[in-house]
Write a protein that binds this ligand. Structure first.
Ligand SMILES: CC(=O)N[C@H](C=O)[C@@H](O)[C@H](O)[C@H](O)COP(=O)(O)O
Length: 222
């Protein structure tokens, strides 16, 4: 069974419908490019993208399915959505493990137990706080990731949440994955120094629209 190796860079290959590279063909190419560059795993959204990526790489795939209202629990919010990403070829399931109410009324521990028992894959709990990380570990999560820090309280900082990585690594026994707004080698070193087991980078690698806009924004105004 493929899983997440310590010290690996996980490249998140995701593009929303507003992005010209949206769709399985482009995401599969992104995943191949990431593998050629040394990625240890791929993170991908939705059964179609996951199936296309599975067809071109043997790297572990952290699968998720964004469904419903992005203002609430929307990363793999239900057991059924987890089953869909595993059927498409994901080796791990990432899901929202914030303390917010879940859309199907299930508890996090129930969803994780069902994924373990019926799908037989590990779970990466995407959290936004130390309390959510502690609860996710108690609920049976195999990995805890800082994915949702800065996205649940109305103010998104520009850089990664290194403090949350440090707090989670100090308090939890399970491996901590640093994720969210990691853009530079210095960011990678900082989250690893803070205790990250693995690091996820998305936008800075797989979103040329955003990368272009950031660099254009640095041009002098004429
Ligand atoms: C908040 C949310 O929905 N995060 C998503 C989780 O899968 C993705 O949109 C991010 O691209 C991913 O977490 C990687 O982060 P960044 O793109 O900042 O490197």
């Amino acid at each position: 069974m493929r899983t997440l190796a310590p010290g690996s860079l996980v490249v998140s290959c995701q593009a929303g419908p507003e992005n010209p590279i949206h769709g399985p063909a482009a995401m599969a190419l992104m995943a191949q490019a990431a593998e050629a560059g040394g990625a240890g795993a791929i993170r991908a959204n939705g059964p179609d993208d996951i199936a296309a990526i599975r067809a071109v790489t043997d790297l572990p795939i952290v699968g998720l399915h964004k469904l419903g209202d992005p203002a609430g629990v929307f990363i793999t919010p239900t057991y059924e959505s987890a089953a869909g990403v595993v059927a498409a070829g994901a080796d791990l399931v990432a899901l929202d493990a914030t303390l917010r109410p879940r859309p199907d009324g299930q508890r996090l521990d129930q969803q994780i137990a069902r994924i373990h028992d019926e799908l037989g894959v590990p779970v990466m709990a995407d959290v936004d706080s130390l309390d959510a990380g502690l609860a996710a570990q108690d609920a049976g999560a195999d990995f805890v990731a800082t994915t949702l820090s800065g996205y649940t309280d109305g103010r998104t900082p520009t850089g990664p949440d290194i403090d949350l990585v440090r707090q989670l690594a100090a308090r939890l026994a399970c491996p901590i994955v640093a994720e969210g707004r990691i853009r530079t080698p210095d960011d990678i070193r900082a989250v690893c120094d803070a205790g990250a087991y693995a690091v996820v980078v998305g936008t800075a690698i797989t979103n040329p629209m955003e990368i272009t806009a950031r660099l254009v924004g640095a041009l002098p105004v004429r």
